[in-house]
Write a protein that binds this ligand. Structure first.
Ligand SMILES: [Zn+2]
Length: 68
């Protein structure tokens, strides 16, 4: 029936859902989003030390496959 579905996470930048496994850019969908986000950190948009990504946040980003 249902095939094995890859774990998907929403890219923090563009919200594109992208597979978690095998994604070298995670939690971002692509190198581009990752670079843009890091660039924002480098600028002053995120001057506050934090928010840090903790496991709980990651959990909230992850969508687990439905079991039913
Ligand atoms: Zn993205």
């Amino acid at each position: 029936m249902a095939d094995h579905q890859p774990l998907l996470v929403a890219c923090p930048r563009c919200r594109t859902r992208t597979p978690w496994e095998g994604n070298p850019h995670r939690p971002f969908c692509s190198d581009r989003c990752r670079t843009v986000d890091l660039g924002r950190w480098a600028d002053e948009e995120y001057r506050i030390p934090g928010p840090q990504v903790d496991p709980e946040t990651i959990d909230n980003l992850i969508e687990f496959p439905r079991k039913d």
